[in-house]
Ligand binder design. Structure first.
Ligand SMILES: [Zn+2]
Length: 355
């Protein structure tokens, strides 16, 4: 079903995929965020006219089809019919993946690239690369004063912001939503890495899909982002941010496998305890059993720093096949979804002393 006021964009390159929807009225967006999703015929650019037409802000969300909180927040905000302080541009990315039955299950469609790994130049030739390029070209044309990209964490987690750049404008943007801030130089092809070169950009990870507070925090944060006259100075909050610097990704080695369970499930692979997601933003100590590794740790797991130094043996060890940290570590983005663990990483870690 296509809404009659949605038109196909013609503002970028080959085979434009973004549909444009101008000023959706509260009674045009459906009775739920699921209905709202089904009104979109594909990736969509929603434009909302603000009070100050000389400025604009951008929101990007649903780059991952299984992360619905941002879409939910956008829906709630549209239902309110708010008049934003400045023009607002909302980009909704992986609509097709999100719609795939039973809904909000697919991060991307099978055999498609991860859209949030396509934001790097030179852009590739797949549909996802083209969409990434189209979103970036549109941002270049509009030149908003800032961009936020809203995601859900893949496991249960408190909310946090991610930035590649540290200054007060990024602090201000994140503290509209949450008080935890991860500062990273990781280069993955995420939207933030490329749009940061044009305007302040932060990623908001609003917690897991299963966490009831995720939808609430994003709706409240978006309300502030749309209506505050100034979102780029820290004056709007007295909340102090908790920082986490340059996290290290724990990844599965090529050829190894991952499972979740309370005993060793895989010969030649890694089994993590399902309770591991309770350590999100908490500390693990050398007494915290994390799981099991069959075979050598170095053949199954890798943890590299920014310079590509292998640190697996410095941070983790096996004791009779059981996996333990060697020192106190802080974990976050812990997933118990084997697919995410395989394609992305098992979790991120920082060493508290080094923060
Ligand atoms: Zn995501």
């Amino acid at each position: 079903m296509t809404h009659p006021t949605i038109t196909t964009s013609n503002n970028a390159g080959l085979n434009p995929q973004l549909n444009v929807w101008n000023n959706p009225a509260p009674n045009e967006v459906g009775e739920s965020s699921v209905e709202f999703l089904h009104l979109l015929s594909g990736p969509t650019h929603i434009k909302i006219t603000g009070k100050d037409r000389s400025r604009s802000r951008a929101v990007v969300t649903l780059l991952h089809g299984n992360e619905p909180s941002g879409l939910h927040g956008v829906y709630e905000i549209l239902r309110l019919g708010l008049k934003p302080a400045v023009d607002i541009h909302i980009y909704i990315g992986s609509v097709d993946a999100a719609k795939q039955a039973p809904g909000f299950i697919y991060r991307m469609l099978p055999h498609h690239k991860d859209l949030n790994r396509c934001f790097k130049s030179p852009f590739g030739e797949t549909e996802q690369d083209h969409l990434a390029k189209e979103i970036i070209e549109s941002l270049k044309t509009i030149h908003p004063e800032c961009v936020i990209d809203i995601h859900n964490t893949s496991g249960s987690s408190p909310s946090f912001g991610v930035t590649t750049f540290m200054d007060s404008t990024h602090d201000a943007l994140v503290s509209l939503f949450t008080h935890r801030m991860i500062v990273t130089d990781l280069s993955l092809g995420a939207l933030m890495e490329i749009s940061e070169t044009m305007m302040p950009t932060v990623t908001i990870e609003c917690g897991g899909v299963q966490d009831p507070e995720s939808n609430l925090m994003v709706t409240e944060g978006l309300g502030r982002y749309l209506t505050y006259d100034d979102v780029l100075s820290v004056g709007h909050t007295d909340m102090s941010l908790e920082f986490f610097h340059n996290p290290i990704r724990l990844e599965l080695k090529e050829g190894s496998e991952i499972a979740y369970g309370d005993h060793c499930l895989l010969e030649d692979g890694v089994t993590l305890l399902p309770e591991i997601e309770h350590f999100n933003f908490g500390f693990v100590t050398p007494d915290s059993r994390l799981g099991f590794v069959y075979g050598d740790i170095e053949q199954n797991l890798t943890a590299k720093d920014m310079e590509g130094r292998e640190l697996i043996g410095e941070y983790f060890e096996l004791r009779e096949g059981e996996l333990y940290p060697k020192k106190i570590l802080k974990l976050f983005m812990v997933t118990t979804n084997p697919e995410i663990a395989r394609k992305d990483c098992l979790f991120y870690l920082t060493v508290p002393d080094e923060e």
